[in-house]
Design a protein around this ligand. Structure first.
Ligand code: HEM
Length: 456
C-alpha cells in the first residue's frame, strides 16, 4: 500500500513490521527532513549548471557517493545514542525551478510540481511576503540559482573535506555562484541560540515515534503527519514511494545592536526593573532568552526548555499576540501550517550573545540566520506564515501589530503591551518596534528523492 502521508500516527521507523513501501520511502528520502541532522558546521553552496548532461552526471555522482538516506541517518542517530560510533556528515540537495529546466525538464514537466510558489521562484514572490526588491538582495541571490548543496557536520574538518571534494567534481560548464557558512551557537546551558541571544530550534513538528515518545504532551501534541513536509517526487521512478520536500532558503541579517536597544527602550518605557526587564525582549519573541515560554511564566528560569504549552486562556496579557512564537505557531489552530525548521546561524561574534553587555558592543550587521525550512506546501506553510501571520498587523486580534522579529511591511499602526504580566493594564499606544531583520536574498528549492538523483 502506498505510504499514507496523512496518517496522524508518528512513524515507528525502527519497527520490524515496517511495511515495504515505508522502508522504500525512507531509503529514498534525503536526511534532515523528517529529523534534524547535526549541522553545527554548515556549508551552503549555490550552483548553476548550464549543461544538461554534465549537470545530471554531477548530481548523480553526489547522490550515489556522498549522500545517505533518511533511514541511514536514523540508524546512525540510534547507534550513536547507544554509545556506538559517531554518524557521518550530512549532504543535502535542493533544485530550483530554473534548475529543473536547466537539467532538461520541460515547462510542462515542471508543472507537475503542485506548488505554485515553487514554480514561481522567490524573485517573483516578493510582493506576497513584502520582501525587499531583488535589486537590494546580495548579488548571489539576484542570479539564477539552479541548486543548493548543504554540507553539515558536528566538526569543521569533515565539512571542509567534503566541500573540497564536491567542488572538485563540479563540471567545467557549471559555476559556483556563492556560498554561505553556518556555524551553531550555544548558551552556557548548551542550548542552540540565535544572534539575539534566544534559544532557537526547540519547537518542531515531530514525525518519528521515538522523538514523539520523549516529549511530554499534556497540552501540546508535537506529532505531525508526514504531509506537513513530504510530497511525492513527481520525477522519481515511483512517486508513490519516492518523496521530496519543498525547501525555503532565506538569508536573514540581524541587526543585533538595534534589537538590544529596542529591548532596553521597551523595558524603560514599561518601567520594568531588575529581572523583570527580561520581559521586554520576551514580549517580542514570546519566550525568554533561556526559552521559557512567556505565556507560562513572568520570569525566566526552570531548567529544561518547555514546549508542552498552548496560549489557551492567554488574552495577550501574558504573551502578546504579536510575539514571534505566538504569531508563527498560535497552537490552537493552524497545525497544517507548521514546517520543519532546519536553519543555522551565520557570522562571527566577538561578544557573547547571551550575556548582558550593552547594545554598543553588539554587531549591527553581517550576522544572522540562514533560515531554512522543509514544507509540504510553500504556499500554505512558509508563505502563509510570513504573509498572513507575521506581516499581518490584525492577526488573531485587530491591532496586534507585526511580528516584531520577522514581520515585513509598513509598521504604521500603534500597539500596546501588558504593563504587568497577566493583568489587564495596558501601556499607552506606542509605535511598533523597528524592523531589525533584513532579508538579503534566497530561493525556493525542491529536495528530490534519492531515487530521482541516482537515476539522472
Ligand atoms: C521559533 C527566532 C525567523 C518561524 C523561534 C524562536 C526563536 C526564533 C528565538 C523560539 C525557539 C523555538 O520555539 O523553537 C527567529 C529569528 C529569526 C526567525 C531571530 C530571523 C532572524 C523565522 C522565520 C519564520 C520563523 C522567517 C517563518 C516564516 C518560527 C516558528 C517557530 C519559531 C514556526 C516555532 C514556534 C513554535 O512552534 O512555538 N524563532 N526566527 N522564524 N520561528 Fe523563528
Amino acid at each position: 500500500m502506498p505510504v499514507d502521508l496523512n496518517n496522524e500516527r508518528p512513524l515507528a521507523w525502527d519497527s520490524a513490521t515496517l511495511d515495504a513501501d515505508t522502508v522504500a520511502m525512507l531509503d529514498n528520502l534525503q536526511p534532515n527532513i523528517l529529523r534534524a541532522h547535526v549541522r553545527e558546521h554548515l556549508s551552503v553552496l549555490f550552483v548553476r549548471f548550464n549543461d544538461v548532461a554534465a549537470g545530471r552526471a554531477f548530481l548523480r555522482w553526489v547522490a550515489t557517493t556522498k549522500m545517505k538516506s533518511a533511514r541511514e541517518h536514523l540508524r546512525e542517530v540510534r547507534d550513536f545514542a547507544a554509545g556506538r560510533r559517531r554518524g557521518t556528515p550530512y549532504v543535502g540537495l535542493g533544485i530550483s525551478k530554473a534548475g529543473y529546466r536547466d537539467l532538461g525538464h520541460s515547462v510542462q514537466d515542471v508543472r507537475k510540481f503542485g506548488d505554485p510558489v515553487f514554480r514561481d521562484g522567490m524573485k517573483r514572490r516578493i510582493a506576497e511576503v513584502n520582501d525587499p526588491p531583488v535589486e537590494a538582495w546580495e548579488r548571489v541571490y539576484q542570479r539564477e540559482i539552479h541548486a543548493v548543496i548543504l554540507i553539515g557536520d558536528a566538526e569543521a574538518e569533515p565539512v571542509a573535506r567534503l566541500r573540497k571534494e564536491i567542488l572538485g567534481r563540479l563540471p567545467e560548464s557549471a559555476r559556483l555562484l556563492g556560498e554561505e557558512r553556518g556555524q551553531g551557537m550555544r548558551n552556557p546551558a548548551g542550548d542552540g541560540i540565535e544572534h539575539f541571544g534566544y534559544v532557537d530550534g526547540r519547537s518542531q513538528p515531530l514525525f518519528l515515534a521515538d522523538e514523539v515518545d520523549r516529549e511530554p504532551k499534556e497540552h501540546w501534541d508535537p506529532a505531525f503527519p508526514l504531509s506537513n513536509v513530504l510530497v511525492p517526487d513527481p520525477f522519481a521512478p515511483d512517486p508513490s514511494r519516492h518523496h521530496g520536500s519543498y525547501l525555503v532558503f532565506r538569508k536573514l541579517e540581524q541587526n543585533v545592536r538595534a534589537f538590544k536597544e529596542i529591548e532596553r527602550d521597551l523595558a524603560d518605557a514599561l518601567g520594568l526593573s531588575g529581572v523583570d526587564r527580561e520581559r521586554a525582549g520576551a514580549m517580542l519573541v514570546g519566550r525568554f532568552k533561556d526559552g521559557t515560554p512567556l505565556t507560562l511564566k513572568p520570569k525566566p528560569g526552570g531548567g529544561t526548555v518547555v514546549n508542552d504549552f498552548t496560549f489557551d486562556g492567554d488574552d495577550g496579557s501574558k504573551c502578546p499576540f504579536s510575539g514571534h512564537v505566538r504569531k508563527t505557531n498560535p497552537r490552537s489552530f493552524g497545525r497544517n501550517v507548521i514546517m520543519a525548521r532546519r536553519g543555522q546561524t551565520y557570522g562571527e561574534r566577538t561578544d557573547d550573545p547571551w550575556d548582558d553587555s550593552p547594545p554598543e558592543h553588539r554587531p549591527s550587521g553581517e550576522v544572522g540566520l540562514l533560515f531554512m525550512a522543509f514544507n509540504g506546501s510553500l504556499l500554505d506553510q512558509f508563505e502563509f506564515t510570513q504573509q498572513s501571520w507575521a506581516d499581518n498587523p490584525d492577526f488573531e486580534v485587530e491591532g496586534t501589530g507585526h511580528d516584531p522579529v520577522i514581520g515585513q511591511g509598513n509598521r504604521d499602526i500603534k500597539v500596546t503591551y501588558p504593563k504587568v504580566w497577566g493583568k489587564p493594564d495596558k501601556s499607552a499606544p506606542q509605535a511598533q518596534v523597528a524592523q531589525t531583520v533584513t532579508m538579503k536574498g534566497g530561493e525556493y528549492f525542491f529536495a528530490p528523492s534519492l531515487a530521482y538523483l541516482r537515476n539522472l
